[in-house]
Write a protein that binds this ligand. Sequence first.
Ligand SMILES: [Zn+2]
Length: 116
Amino acid sequence: MHELSIATGIVDEIVRIAEENRAKRVLAANLRIGRGAGIVIDSLRFALEVVKTAHPVLTSTEMRIDEVPLIYRCNDCGREFEADDLYLPRCPMCGSYNLRLVSGEEMDIKDIEIEV
Ligand SMILES: [Zn+2]
């Protein structure tokens, strides 16, 4: 389950930001996870709850996960569209496979809410 190592990385980063801002505790963390990032959201959610228990500053942190849709742009006709999967998506307008990924691979901390 690679979600555990991803969760550890995210939690370490949240703790670092909290320390930098001399936070007493972190109230919430807003995360952006792309549908195409290869992460099982439920597994990540569970892993975050497990990993955060190691950090007193995170005891009451609400982990909010914002799922970013997979958006492609067609290089032939310019249309942008949402796709369900990463495997061989094609443009719904012209049928082209010549696509560029616009969003959906995100895996970042948008912001955190702290109490100082
Ligand atoms: Zn197209």
